[in-house]
Design a protein around this ligand. Sequence first.
Ligand SMILES: NC(=O)c1ccc[n+]([C@@H]2O[C@H](COP(=O)([O-])OP(=O)(O)OC[C@H]3O[C@@H](n4cnc5c(N)ncnc54)[C@H](O)[C@@H]3O)[C@@H](O)[C@H]2O)c1
Length: 439
Amino acid sequence: MISPIPLRDVPQANIFRKGDVFVLFGELFGRGYANGLINEAKKAGMTLIGITVGRRDENNALRALTDEELAIAEENLGGPIINVPLMAGFDLDAPAGSPTPTDLLGDMTLKSWQEDKLDWAHIEKCRAVGVARFKDSVAQVMRQLDGMIPDGSNAFFAHTMAGGIPKVKVFLAIANRIYKGRGERFMSSKALLDSDLGKLILMNFDEVTANTFQHLIDGSAAIRARLERTGGQVRYSAYGYHGTEILINGQYQWQTYTSYTQGQAKMRLERVAEAAWQQGIKATVYNCPEIRTNSSDIFVGVELSLFPLLKALIKENGGAWAQAQWQACDALLQEGNSLDVLLQKIEDYNTSEVMAGFRNFAAWPMANSLALADLMIGTSEEITQMHADKKELVTGHLSALILEGTGPLMFHEASNPAGPVLWLNHDVIAKQLNQLHNA
Ligand SMILES: NC(=O)c1ccc[n+]([C@@H]2O[C@H](COP(=O)([O-])OP(=O)(O)OC[C@H]3O[C@@H](n4cnc5c(N)ncnc54)[C@H](O)[C@@H]3O)[C@@H](O)[C@H]2O)c1
């Protein structure tokens, strides 16, 4: 990818209707991006079907959901869930009787991890076990799904999976320093990536965040062939991240959260879609803006790029509704603080030399630096302090708006997608939101 390919206009097409099937390939959480697409699928009258990643029992064995868990998940989705555990990654997989990668990492300490070495031949065996398990489970899911999607209907497969951080104590402490540490507590993400621990985590990110999309596309080949043979169409979407254009100095400019350690996996995800597209499969990765969700809350500062959305709402023909968003956000600040002051802080932050140095698309994903951590985490804390209630943040409101905007953009673009990798920047999201609310 030499430069981002933005979606500039709000798409209007729609091939999906009642009787068509929407399959969510990942679990649904309250603030998660998938809610945007689910809302559109419901509006179109589609049948919703979900999957589960399963749960771990007390011995870390993967299990299906209990009846009670299943009922809650189905209620939450608004449709049946195929109860075959689709947990991706190989951090807890190993050939029978041998240690899992998580077991191996368990021996690392905060003092030793940068020098500790892993047995890569063994790790490869664990990876093979994990991949075989996942592909086998996808095959089981697809057999059940096949009977649930009628001939001639359209199907929309929405991939949401991302993750892969192994659950080991030592990494919690390291992550706190890499993603939240400044001053004395700062740690460079490069130190992590140079270590065997980091290399293992990147391999696991590849499996969870990228390769699962390939397994979804491959595993649903028979369903795709049947639907296409009988007059239906099949679409695949995935959520990417590769920086976002936001308003800086009055112009839409590409910027990114740093250090985005999953970046390599997200570029691999893009390549999965590109390869599928070459074969005539309509698979698109939508690179989406930074928002606050269960998954992104660990990255302190990722939320700072949300604020200029307020300016984009005005710039893209915002009316009374856009003004109301300013007022709603302003009302979340402490008395004596104003949105204008806050937005000026963000402008100063984005136009600083430190941040400008990270707006290098070709070098993405860059490692962080002490100067970046000090500025980004410092600004994040300052802005949080400006709020009346630290649990009710402007970025919560803006995250919900972005999620709402991406839903119809992805849903309608999927009907007639322009390509395998598209960026949803603040401009088109603001246009979409204004259209929705000013109609
Ligand atoms: N939050 C952001 O700022 C942002 C920005 C751009 C793209 N995205 C992408 O959007 C997608 C949804 O993320 P979200 O931020 O809405 O958070 P989320 O927590 O709601 O979703 C994370 C998803 O990953 C799945 N998942 C996690 N670990 C898994 C594993 N080991 N195996 C299989 N599935 C696993 C979960 O079931 C869930 O569906 C992800 O692909 C994410 O990378 C997020």
